[in-house]
Structures are given as structure tokens and as C-alpha cells.
Design a binder for this molecule. Structure first.
Ligand code: 5CA
Length: 435
């Protein structure tokens, strides 16, 4: 993308409405703009981050056998009457009436809709288990939308749903999702810790929140240092081995971890190597048995004759909230420091003197090497302003091209995270960025 032709409206001043670093930086780096209270437009650079997160989440969902699909945002009130949640959900639900006076709603979550789809398509125990997810916009009319995309009214969620024959099967699905979550967050460079949680309006009796550590997080968290050593990459745990899933679950749940609401001083006193910090809830998973399948009449033929009621779970990731959480975890005074895996652009090419034939030629050559995937700062701006914007936007690499280096094909390559700078040929810079 050429910056002179991009809608990436960076701001020098700190917007007064933003109270936390991620909100300030998302506005200043031109990632989002609020269009109504708690509702945001994702501008090109912000949309790229959202897509990168969605891609990682999708790959890790598919890697544990969860099927990708897409359900609509608009749902029928009748479906929610079948589960009993239409009246129970309260003023957080945006209720809509169409021209035929039919009652609709903008979905805050999709348990009812998928239970209905499975009810239509699955008839026998042979068709189970099933696990499906989508990444779709949700609407919750939050009393106090705040902190930008962290607590929005319209927000993007990955929500998965599992359907199993019995409790034992549901536990396997739950553990698979846990593993997929840990892998997803690790790929984004985040340290996430599952913590036992309350189930709220989703219901059920087994639930974990996934809290990522960030110094400016909303809740105080207490955890055993053992979590810092866990690794979910490679083939540490096989998602299709029950023994591995059990080992993973036990690695994640035997050590102490709690938010301040659930903190237990007596148990905490026994932890040898203590860690404390601030955290942000980026995911929440639930096992709720037959809470929806039973009232909605989901039945499948059981193996020995008769019917059985599938056991369900649901598993949410706050995809848009993660953009804020990532910035809370990765920023400094000058701006965002994107981890490579989610960065909107792998690199920015800073042309210090547009109009200078040598600078233009070398910059175009660098830009062409990225096949349109890098950001090319071709603006007629002072060098200082370009450097400030590059640091603010947080591209993992900066390729700086000035008249002196251009003569010999040399660039200055800067790593945003460390500030380390080297003078190298363009070819060497590209090789280094490709890793
Ligand atoms: N149906 C279940 C799981 S699919 C569910 O809705 N769970 S939830 O309510 O806990 O939401 C899942 C995740 O969405 C949360 O962990 C949080 O990261 C994100 N989320 C929830 N509300 C908001 C909001 N108002 N703004 C941004 N993200 C939100």
C-alpha cells in the first residue's frame, strides 16, 4: 500500500476521549474510527490486523477438528423463545421488528441458531461428535461501552459450539478447544492463562476465562510461575490423543491461577513461585450439558435404541478485543510494536526524499519485492514525521532509504521491537525480513 494513497489517518495529538493506551494508539495509528457509541469502522490497517488474528484463530480451530462456517447476524426471536433466553437476556439484546412485524434480533451469541441447525441435520449417534465455529459480528447493547474496541457494542467474535453424545465426549471437545486457544494466543505472541470462571448468561457448570497478561489490563490476576514455562507450539500436545489432551488440561489447571474475584488467599499462600499482574479477558469457554439441546428438542437416535440429548459446550474468542489486548501488551512511548504474526504490514519502506531519482528507484524496487504487502511511505513529508509515524504504526521492520545509501543500493534496516539498526544492501534487508 502506498501511504500517499491510503486511508491511514494518523494523529499527532492524543485523542481526549481515550483513557487507555490501546484505545489512544488505535485512533492515533489510524486503525479504527468510532461511528456510533461502541461501534467502530475498521480502516485498512486495522482491518488487516483483524484478518491476521482471524486467520490464526481459524487455522488453530481447524487443527483441532472444528469446522468453519458462517451464520447470520440477524436471528429470529422465536428461536430464542424456544430456549427461554429471549425474555431472560434483557436490555443488552438489540431487538428489531421487520416490515411484517416479525420479531428479530441482532445476535449477541449463537447457541440457539446452531442448536437449531444441528437439530435439522443430525439424526443419529453416528453423526456425533460435531464441532463448528464462525467468526461473526455480535451486538450487545452494553450499558457502558468503553476502552475502544475492548468493550464495544458491535464486536467480532469467534464462537464455536460442540455437540457430543455424553459428558465424557463433551470433556474431550472442551479440552481440544482449550488447546486450540493456547496455541492461538501463543502464535500471537501473547501469554494467556485459563482461569476458572462464572458462567453468566451462557449458563452451565464448567467454564474458563482466558486472561492475557498486559500491564494495563482491567483485572488483577494471581498465578503460579509454572505457567510461564508452558509451550503449546509444535507437537507438544496432540489434539487427537486423549492422553495428550488430559496432560494438557492438567498442565493448565493444576497450578494456581485466579482473577481477584476468585482469589483465595489460603491457596495462594501455598504457591512457591508467585506471579501477579494485570490481565484482559480475551476468551471464555463453557460446558453446559443439555441446557439448550433439551428445551429446544435436539434429540438423536442412541446406539442401543431410543433417543439421547447431546451435551454441548460453547467457546468464544474476542477477536476485535484481541487487537486492543495486543496493543496493551506490545507498545512503548512512541507507539505500537506489532508481533510479526499479526502486524498489518511486515515492513514500512520509508523514502526520505521522494522525487530524488535514486531514492524513488530503490524504494520502488523494495516495494515491488513485497508484492503490495508492505507499506510504502512515499509522502512528501519531513523525515522526522515519517520516522514518528513508522514508530507509531508499529511495523516490525523499517526500511529507510535516503539519497546517500541509494547511490550504492544500501538501506537502513530498523527492528521496531529492539530499536536495533543496521546498514545493509536492500537484498540483505529483504533476506533478513524473510527470516
Ligand atoms: N457464547 C459464548 C461463547 S461462544 C459467549 O458469548 N461468551 S462471552 O460472552 O464470554 O464472549 C466471548 C468473548 O467475547 C469474551 O471473552 C470477550 O473476549 C469477547 N467479548 C464479550 N463482550 C465483548 C464486548 N462488549 N466487546 C468486545 N469483546 C467482547
Amino acid at each position: 500500500m502506498r501511504l500517499s494513497r491510503s486511508l491511514i489517518p494518523t494523529l499527532k495529538e492524543t485523542p481526549s476521549e481515550a483513557q487507555i493506551a490501546s484505545h489512544r494508539l488505535m485512533l492515533r495509528a489510524g486503525l479504527v474510527r468510532q461511528t456510533s457509541s461502541g461501534i467502530y469502522a475498521w480502516l485498512p490497517a486495522g482491518w488487516k490486523v483483524l484478518q491476521n488474528i482471524s486467520r490464526i484463530v481459524t487455522e488453530e480451530q481447524e487443527a483441532v477438528g472444528c469446522q468453519a462456517m458462517l451464520m447470520p447476524t440477524i436471528q429470529s426471536a422465536d428461536l430464542w423463545r424456544q430456549s427461554g433466553r429471549y425474555d431472560a437476556y434483557g436490555p443488552e439484546m438489540l431487538r428489531i421488528t421487520d416490515r411484517h412485524q416479525r420479531e428479530l434480533l441482532y445476535g449477541p451469541t449463537n447457541e440457539e441458531m446452531l442448536t437449531d441447525l444441528v437439530r435439522q441435520g443430525v439424526k443419529s449417534y453416528r453423526d456425533l461428535p460435531q464441532m463448528l465455529f464462525h467468526i461473526q459480528w455480535k451486538f450487545r447493547d452494553e450499558v457502558r461501552p468503553r476502552f475502544g474496541v475492548m468493550r464495544g457494542r458491535e464486536f467480532l467474535m469467534k464462537d464455536a459450539y460442540s455437540f457430543d453424545l455424553d459428558y465424557a465426549g463433551a470433556v474431550v471437545s472442551y479440552r481440544r478447544q482449550m488447546l486450540a486457544y493456547m496455541r492461538s494466543f501463543q502464535r500471537m505472541g501473547l501469554k494467556a492463562i485459563p482461569m476458572v470462571a462464572d458462567t453468566g448468561p451462557i449458563g452451565g457448570n464448567l467454564s474458563h476465562e482466558f486472561i492475557v497478561l498486559a500491564p494495563t489490563g482491567e483485572s488483577q490476576v494471581y498465578f503460579d510461575a509454572a505457567f510461564e514455562k508452558l509451550d503449546f507450539g509444535g507437537d507438544t500436545y496432540n489434539a487427537f490423543s486423549d492422553a495428550d489432551l488430559e496432560r494438557c488440561y492438567s498442565d493448565l489447571t493444576t497450578h494456581y491461577a485466579a482473577t481477584d474475584e476468585k482469589h483465595d488467599e489460603a491457596a495462594w499462600a501455598k504457591v512457591a513461585d508467585k506471579r501477579e499482574g494485570r490481565g484482559i479477558e480475551v476468551g471464555h469457554i463453557f460446558y453446559f450439558g443439555t441446557k439448550y439441546s433439551d428445551p429446544m428438542g435436539l434429540r438423536v437416535a442412541a446406539q442401543g435404541g431410543g433417543d439421547l440429548i447431546p451435551h454441548m459446550g460453547s467457546y468464544g474468542v474476542g477477536v476485535s478485543r484481541l487487537v486492543g489486548a495486543l496493543i496493551e501488551a506490545f507498545h512503548d512511548e512512541a507507539g505500537i510494536i506489532w508481533p510479526d504474526s499479526v502486524a498489518p504490514f511486515p515492513a514500512v519502506i520509508v523514502n526520505l526524499k521522494p522525487g530524488d531519482a535514486g531514492c524513488d528507484e530503490l524504494s520502488e524496487k523494495a516495494y515491488a519485492a513485497f508484492k503490495g504487502q508492505a507499506l510504502y511511505d512515499d509522502r512528501e513529508e519531513r523525515a522526522g514525521a515519517k520516522f514518528a509515524d513508522a514508530d507509531l504504526m508499529g511495523h516490525p521492520w523499517q526500511i529507510v532509504i535516503g539519497p546517500r545509501g541509494a547511490k550504492t543500493g544500501t538501506v537502513e534496516l530498523k527492528r521496531r521491537a529492539t530499536g536495533e539498526k543496521v546498514e545493509v544492501s536492500l537484498e540483505d534487508a529483504l533476506a533478513k525480513i524473510a527470516g
